[in-house]
Design a protein around this ligand. Structure first.
Ligand code: FEO
Length: 179
């Protein structure tokens, strides 16, 4: 009887480790945004709370995409502990600025994985990451827009109410990347 050969897919270990680490980073992002949502819920701004809750869902999706990509490539996945969200928050603007700072950090992580994949000519991983490169551009723009709106309208109660209404209208949509 002929033996069945399972084809093993080879991935550079550094690239695998960075992709695996990104699962944790994305789940941490979800946790961080849930913390932000919780802050705004307590502050009575349910629209802001909604916006960050949906952001948390998107981050969970990102984590699952990295998880699925490694599994599809027959690579080992190791799940680590997720850190406690630890951003210092004393006002609404602190949250928005921490969000932008965090997205810039995530962009640097995606760039690091991309650079590692590029170095070993891992074109499949680079193609997978292309979606995230674009997504990070959008996430940074969104975080910047929120800061601008808060600067413009945050100090006027009526305008803040309107902004809260606007953010309350955000609805979840599944990521356009399917693996
Ligand atoms: Fe998954 Fe907001 O980066």
């Amino acid at each position: 009887m002929p033996s069945i050969q399972i084809k093993e897919k080879i991935m550079n270990e550094k690239v695998r480790q960075l992709l695996n680490q990104q699962i944790n980073k994305e789940f941490y992002s979800a946790y961080l945004y849930l913390d932000f949502s919780n802050y705004f819920e307590d502050a009575g701004l349910d629209g802001f709370a909604n916006w960050y809750k949906i952001q948390a869902q998107e981050e969970r999706d990102h984590a699952m995409l990295f998880y699925q990509y490694l599994q599809n490539e027959n690579q080992k996945v190791t799940l680590e502990a997720i850190d406690k969200p630890s951003k210092e928050i004393t006002c609404h603007m602190d949250v928005l600025k921490a969000g932008l700072e965090h997205e810039e950090y995530v962009t640097s992580l995606i760039n690091d994985i991309y650079a590692a994949a590029y170095e070993v000519r891992d074109f499949r991983t680079m193609q997978f990451l292309d979606w995230f490169v674009k997504e990070q551009g959008e996430e940074e723009t969104n975080a910047n827009d929120l800061i601008t709106k808060m600067e413009l309208f945050g100090s006027d109660p009526k305008s803040l109410y309107m902004l809260n209404q606007e953010l309350g209208a955000r609805i979840y949509s599944a990521p356009s990347l399917v693996l």
